[in-house]
Design a protein around this ligand. Sequence first.
Ligand SMILES: [Zn+2]
Length: 130
Amino acid sequence: MIVSLHVATGALGGSLIRSRLGSLPLGLLLHLAGDRMPHEDIADRDFEIGSGIAAVLLLAAVRGPFDPAVTGALAASSPDLEHVVRFLRPGGRKHFPSHRLHGWHRSGGVPAPVQLFLAGFLIGIILRSG
Ligand SMILES: [Zn+2]
């Protein structure tokens, strides 16, 4: 799943559960679920990183940096850091279950533009409900 939608679903989970601590495992579970959903990815890594960071900063600016929506967003998007940061995958091995288990990450299905629209829509709702 694209990074900004991981951010958005994690933020939604955090804002619903209203617990900073609870938002962390929930965010990781949402990442697993998001990667399981058949989806298109965006090959443009700069766009993925940039849009993810922008979404987190926007949430933090409006809801406050320690709001459960923000911690949930960080937890839900953090597993994808290992795609980017080399030292997180020594020997080229990835660790997060949805990246490691063959067949978990499913391609095809929900197109990237739809995910992007959904991410913007969800983040808009979360910002307004703050
Ligand atoms: Zn992932």
